[in-house]
Ligand binder design. Structure first.
Ligand code: NAP
Length: 309
């Protein structure tokens, strides 16, 4: 039997609908500020997509377009202004930055209450400590997709291909917290096919189109394909050979239409959570069926406990 295809578009649409309802109930609409520096066309497309998504759920969005020549001081000033702006619930620094700007130090400048990408060391540390945190949007979305297939994750063997701060490492952390037995593989790992064949859950976040072959996949495994690479055919390709995997896996996300839409929906979710907290409102329950997406306060302390159920 061919694998069940996990419909990320539909699952993300349901999440966005819930977010829109919750946003309406707030005294002030959530606001997302995006900082776009330089002329990278892909970044411009991503930011435009996020602005459109904000409008669809009733959020405000504020796009700050800066030239590639922007100085460190100018970027620091902008982030500080946005940190103080009560209309801004979340701040998104679109990566990559021009080479003269070190993304890491600017991410550290973002108030952790407004770090809706979950990339600041405060949120990263909270996640690693097993405390509520703003979780990076892509792994948060992957976990949600996975849990639409099964919530019975205890003791499952999970393989995360890729160890980036953006996807691989937080994904592994979330899976450990779901009681999976997790292996993280990367470009120096040996015998990827053998590692893959042991996995009940396979998350591929590598950026090498078609790397994972059907014969690498354990029959019945759940496959979450994070990879997005535009091919010479101008189409988007995942890290998994989809046609081959379909015949072996139990469930699989397509590319496009799998993880991508969930990443944006989770950005909206993190922004909603940040807005609720900043406006002293209870964080809505039931939008995601797990409860990691709470921000710490600016000092790094988690002051409000877990999401009410
Ligand atoms: P990244 O920072 O470049 O990390 C890639 C990881 O893959 C690294 O850990 C690297 O290992 C590993 N790797 C590279 N080649 C490998 C190979 N042949 N075998 C095993 N491991 C290998 O990329 P990323 O930001 O995590 O993104 C990964 C992919 O996901 C990209 O295609 C990206 O476009 C996509 N993505 C999609 C979404 C979405 O919303 N769908 C969001 C974010 C990213 P080393 O650490 O040893 O170098």
């Amino acid at each position: 039997m061919p694998a069940r295809i996990i419909d990320g578009k539909a699952i993300a649409a349901a999440l966005r609908a819930g977010i829109a309802l919750q946003a309406k109930a707030l005294p002030q609409p959530p606001g997302l500020a995006a900082i776009l520096i330089g002329d990278d066309p892909a970044s411009a497309v991503y930011v435009a997509g996020k602005v459109k998504a904000c409008a669809e759920v009733g959020f405000l969005s504020f796009v700050h377009r800066l030239p590639a020549s922007t100085s460190e001081a100018e970027l620091f000033d902008l982030i500080e202004t946005l940190n103080q702006d009560s209309k801004v619930s979340g701040i998104l620094l679109q990566l990559p930055l021009p080479p003269a700007l070190d993304a890491r130090q600017f991410i550290c400048m973002i108030d952790s209450n407004k770090d809706v990408d979950g990339l600041s060391p405060v949120n990263y540390g909270l996640l690693a400590a097993g405390l509520p945190a703003a979780v990076p949007c892509t792994p948060l979305g992957c976990l949600h997709l996975l849990r639409t297939v099964t919530t019975d994750l205890q003791g499952k063997r999970a393989l995360v291909l890729g160890r980036s701060t953006l996807v691989g490492k937080p994904m592994a952390e979330l899976l450990v917290q779901q009681d999976c037995t997790v292996t993280v593989a990367h470009s120096k790992s040996r015998d990827l096919p053998a590692l893959c064949r042991e996995a009940d859950i396979l998350v591929a976040a590598v950026g090498r189109p078609g790397l994972v072959r059907g014969e690498w996949i354990k029959p019945g495994a759940i496959v979450i394909d994070v990879g997005i690479t535009r091919g010479a055919d101008n189409k988007l390709h995942g890290d998994v050979n989809f046609a081959e995997a379909l015949a072996v896996a139990g469930a699989i996300t397509p590319v496009p239409g799998g993880v991508g839409p969930m990443t944006i929906a989770c950005l909206l979710f993190n922004t909603l959570v940040a807005a609720c907290r900043q406006q002293g409102r209870v964080v809505p329950k039931g939008l995601l069926d797990h409860d990691y997406s709470l921000c710490a306060d600016a000092s790094g302390r988690n002051t409000r406990g877990r999401v009410a159920r």
